[in-house]
Design a protein around this ligand. Structure first.
Ligand SMILES: [Zn+2]
Ligand SMILES: [Zn+2]
Length: 433
């Protein structure tokens, strides 16, 4: 066979590597900084630095590639801007697992040393996915590749934070968040994984303050009763009309709490009366805001009962659950136990059960931003393809919650806010003060 003879079968590896290198050598993916051609650009949704290519990436990146190549061939100055996400929680976890093999935690190293370790990890193992995107043939302008912890991007994050803050769109508040007691951080709704689990539904009687009898509530998390601040019924529920405004006594902690009416309560569930624990449940938290109920936190950041839990202080949440059930039973307040299958949220990184918890966090006020996002689609400035998804989009935008942007982790951008120890003044600035 001569040297130009074809191999018997097509060898994609050989052909693809050769052609990809040819494209790179000729700068075919390079967009011009200045050009008389019309501009067209796509910013890649940055894959995680810890990521590995899966079918989802293959699909959405091939679609981007088709569009940008099409525009390039049409004569646009086309740019497909690539980058990688520093993936705060995911990356921190990978490095923490490495440390665990050495018998260390991030707290042993301290913040600075730990962050050095993360950069070392990134240099050695990070960015496999970028190599995989190249093998896929993606026509990104690699000369412009960015990382979300780059200096320029970090400056941009601070600048945007300060602008939003000055526009009144960022605030700090108590809020119910998904809390991972293992990672010791708030995590977003998207980072919670749900799985069905066999549990129990316990019925507990709260005796009336002064007088015979009591009101029965049902719960899958009896330990949270230590933080109850009301019992709620539906305003149209005739069974409870007489009781509105009266008080019941919270067993085990002997605190008086009111019976209130709220539309959120469904008359058909259990007895039609529900316990309200604002610090441990998002719906209860919302109800507490409507009715101005006190919020009693009963757990610390490790999901261990704090001093508000009285005799249960120092107990882990599940240990506390067993003891609460035992004590309610002994006191004659446990009136029913039945098997119950329910969804439990877990941390997507470490699989620990999420504990909804009230904590001090930073938020972006979303309603004013959603209003403009809705207007953009209504006026046709932004088009959703296929159009049938418009309804879903409006549904999301109309029901969107404020966005919790703070995390209690070390690997990531820091909130550019300083509290002066001298005078208590709060400084929000894109430059270190
Ligand atoms: Zn976790
Ligand atoms: Zn000061």
């Amino acid at each position: 066979m001569g040297k130009d003879a074809l191999t018997k079968v097509y060898e994609p590896r050989e052909a693809e590597l050769r052609w990809y290198q040819h494209w790179l050598d000729h700068d075919f993916f390079r967009a011009a900084d200045r050009s008389s051609k019309r501009p067209f650009s796509i910013v890649i949704p940055p894959p995680n630095v810890t990521g590995m290519l899966h079918m989802g990436h293959a699909l959405n990146n091939v679609l981007q590639d088709i569009i940008v190549r099409y525009k390039r061939m049409q004569g646009y100055n086309a740019l497909w801007m690539p980058g990688m996400d520093h993936a705060g929680i995911a990356t921190q976890n990978v490095v923490e697992q490495e440390l665990a093999k050495e018998g260390l935690t991030r707290h042993d190293l301290g913040r600075e040393k730990f962050i050095e370790r993360v950069w070392e990890w990134k240099a050695r193992y990070g960015g496999v996915i970028i190599h995989q995107l190249k093998r896929l043939g993606c026509s990104c302008d690699w000369s412009r590749e960015r990382f979300t912890m780059d200096e320029g991007l970090s400056r941009a994050v601070r600048e945007v934070f300060v602008r939003l803050y000055n526009d009144g769109l960022i605030y700090q508040g108590d809020y119910i968040v998904n809390w991972c007691p293992r990672c010791r951080t708030a995590i977003s709704d998207l980072e919670v994984e749900y799985s069905q689990r066999e549990g129990h539904l316990w019925s507990i009687r709260y005796p009336f303050a002064g007088g015979e009898g009591g009101i029965v509530v049902a719960t899958t998390r009896p330990e949270t009763m230590l933080g109850d601040t009301a019992v709620a019924v539906n305003p149209n529920d005739d069974r409870y009309r007489e009781l509105l405004g009266k008080e019941v006594i919270l067993p085990l902690v002997n605190r008086r709490i009111p019976v209130i009416a709220d539309d959120y309560v469904t008359m058909e569930f259990g007895s039609g009366a529900v316990k309200i624990t604002p610090a441990s449940d998002p719906n209860d938290f919302a109800m507490a805001e409507r009715h101005n109920l006190p919020i009693v936190r009963i757990m610390d950041d490790n999901a261990v009962i704090n001093k508000n839990g009285g005799a249960y202080e120092g107990q882990d949440r599940y240990e506390c659950r067993r003891n609460v059930i035992r004590d309610l039973e002994a006191g004659g307040c446990l009136v029913g136990t039945e098997p119950y299958t329910h969804n439990i949220g877990q941390c997507y990184r470490c699989k620990t059960d999420i504990e909804p918890a009230v904590s001090r966090q930073w938020f972006v006020r979303i309603a004013p931003l959603a209003k403009e996002a809705i207007a953009a689609v209504v006026t046709g400035k932004t088009r959703i393809v296929p159009a049938v998804w418009e309804a879903t989009y409006f549904e999301w935008m109309n029901n969107i919650r404020d966005w919790c942007i703070s995390r209690q982790i070390w690997w990531g951008h820091r909130i550019p806010v300083w509290n002066c120890e001298g005078c208590g003044k709060v400084i929000v600035s894109s430059q270190d003060p």
